[in-house]
Design a protein around this ligand. Structure first.
Ligand code: FAD
Ligand code: MLT
Ligand code: ZN
Length: 456
């Protein structure tokens, strides 16, 4: 019997049927999608992952790889059949090594992102991926979703932080390409297949990651603005004035900061007057922190901003970033939100927001719009909280994605596709793209045992 076989592979610490743990692992972060599983397996090594996959492949039983289960598209939870095994990477959490001179580190896939950041910082290096869930998401989950976060404007998405991967394929084969090289043109770049494929093509068990020098003193500012268009222009202005030292540049609407301060009353906006929009930014200026003030002054003279506050110290900066990182929690406390994680060209951001507003007013006037995001990457979280009497908001999602497509954007900019957005992948990718994705899936997972029902 498969379950007994899996138990003997991982030993007594490596599996659970505890109802509390099961409940947490079959429920996605928003609490909206629930699945079911007979057991969570928690391998402690790549060899154990390989044996589990082999056993499941032989039995024709599906596996759902799970990291921190903070994903926003229900990609890490099993379906309702009650047959799919959840494979948690949580016990594979070793920092394998750090090569300070090579600016690289090798880690197990189950390392919590924050632990990876801290290990790098301990040796004066930066691991340049940062997001609100960093205290609980895992590096394997980050790579499988090609996560974005707040530093993409400077360092790129999770994909850009990877030098090599170790992956277990659907037949249990271990493919190790953990080379810590920045240049390597030998053959196909296999790691790219698995980054962003949400556990449907292989299970990532370890990664070789790129590090950067620590950026030194960071200047943090909160800027009040009239419009998102001004945010796009302000970013261009600051990148030019400050020698491209902008590390983060996040747009937040006044309504959204209102939600945060209601949810966490100890947090307050440092302005007397409200503005329609705000940008929270970090610039790495080292000892020249005076430059930020000058650059913001010249932006004000050009009419690009209404007001600005520069954090006086690290505590004030951390407080401002807490406001930004509390948005997802504050939104969740409002009720069921439709997550629209879209991108449009920066030049179309204003048009998207204006037309999106009109569209929402038409379709669902009582909805609450939670608009914020990574404006430097053209990526906006255009989330919509439905009024209590509306059960199914799919018609809103369909209309918003239609507008995004018309403006040349993407319906899925940073959270992936998972289970929730599959139909839109088929709608917004060409038939040749879909066919190639299907061929890849079939070639790598002919028995459809790796996270079936997700992405494609
Ligand atoms: P999970 O949710 O466990 O899994 C996500 C997907 O990856 C699933 O399909 C799963 O099957 C697969 N998977 C997990 N581990 C592996 C593995 N080792 N091998 C193969 N497949 C695997 N996302 C952003 O991009 N940017 C943000 O700014 C951001 N902010 C967030 C803020 C909050 C408060 C929260 C709750 C979430 C946020 N997210 C953000 C979404 C989420 O944190 C990311 O998608 C994150 O990368 C998921 O990591 P995880 O370990 O929780 O993965
Ligand atoms: C964030 O940037 O905070 C998350 O990706 C957004 C979300 O909760 O939709
Ligand atoms: Zn985000």
């Amino acid at each position: 019997m498969l379950l007994d076989q899996l138990k003997s592979i991982v030993g007594p610490k490596g599996w659970t049927v505890d109802p509390v743990e099961i409940e947490a692992s079959v429920t996605e972060w928003r609490g909206v999608v629930h699945g079911s599983t007979p057991m969570i397996v928690k391998p402690a090594s790549t060899a154990e992952v390989s044996s589990i996959v082999r056993a499941c492949a032989d039995a024709g039983v599906a596996i759902v790889p799970q990291g921190g289960n903070t994903g926003m598209c229900a990609g890490a939870v099993p379906d309702e059949s009650g047959t799919q095994i959840v494979l948690s990477l949580a016990r594979m959490n070793r920092i394998r090594n750090i090569d300070v001179d090579n600016f690289s580190m090798e880690v197990d896939a189950g390392c919590i992102l924050q632990k990876v950041q801290e290990a790098a910082r301990d040796v004066d290096r930066l691991f340049a991926l940062s997001l609100g869930a960093e205290g609980s998401c895992q590096i394997g989950g980050n790579l499988s979703t090609n996560a974005g976060g707040i530093n993409v404007v400077r360092y790129g998405t999770a994909r850009s932080q990877v030098l090599g991967l170790e992956v277990v394929l659907a037949d249990g084969t271990v493919v190790s390409s953990l080379r810590a090289l920045r240049k390597d043109t030998a053959g196909y770049d296999l790691k790219q297949l698995f980054i962003g494929s949400e556990g449907t093509l292989g299970i990532i068990t370890a990664a070789s990651l790129k590090l950067y020098p620590l950026p030194g003193n960071i200047s943090t500012a909160l800027v009040a603005l009239q419009s998102p268009r001004d945010a796009v222009r302000l970013l261009a202005h600051l990148r030019t004035e400050l020698a491209d030292s902008i590390e983060a540049f996040e747009l937040v609407s006044d309504f959204v900061f209102g939600l945060v301060t209601k949810h966490a009353p100890e947090l307050t906006l440092p302005f007397d007057d409200h503005a329609p929009w705000y940008v929270l930014l970090d610039a790495s200026l080292g000892e020249r922190s005076d430059l930020i003030e000058a650059a913001l002054m010249s932006a004000a003279e050009r009419g690009l901003l209404l007001d600005a506050v520069i954090a006086k110290n690290a505590t004030e900066a951390a407080q401002l970033w807490r406001m930004r990182h509390s948005i997802a929690e504050a939104e969740r406390s409002l009720g069921k939100a439709l997550k629209h994680d879209i991108s449009v060209p920066g030049s179309k951001m204003e048009e998207f927001l204006t037309r999106g507003d009109e569209l929402l007013k038409d379709l669902i006037p009582d909805a609450q719009l939670v608009a914020f995001g990574h404006v430097g990457d053209g990526n906006l979280h255009y989330n919509v909280v439905l009024p209590g009497d509306v059960e199914d908001g799919e018609f809103v999602t369909t209309a918003i994605y239609g507008l995004v497509a018309e403006l040349g954007g993407s319906f899925s900019a940073e959270h992936g596709v998972g289970r929730l957005k599959r139909q839109y992948l088929h709608q917004y990718r060409t038939s040749n793209e879909i066919e190639l994705m299907q061929r890849l899936k079939k070639a790598l997972d002919p028995g459809d045992i790796l996270n079936p029902g997700k992405v494609i």
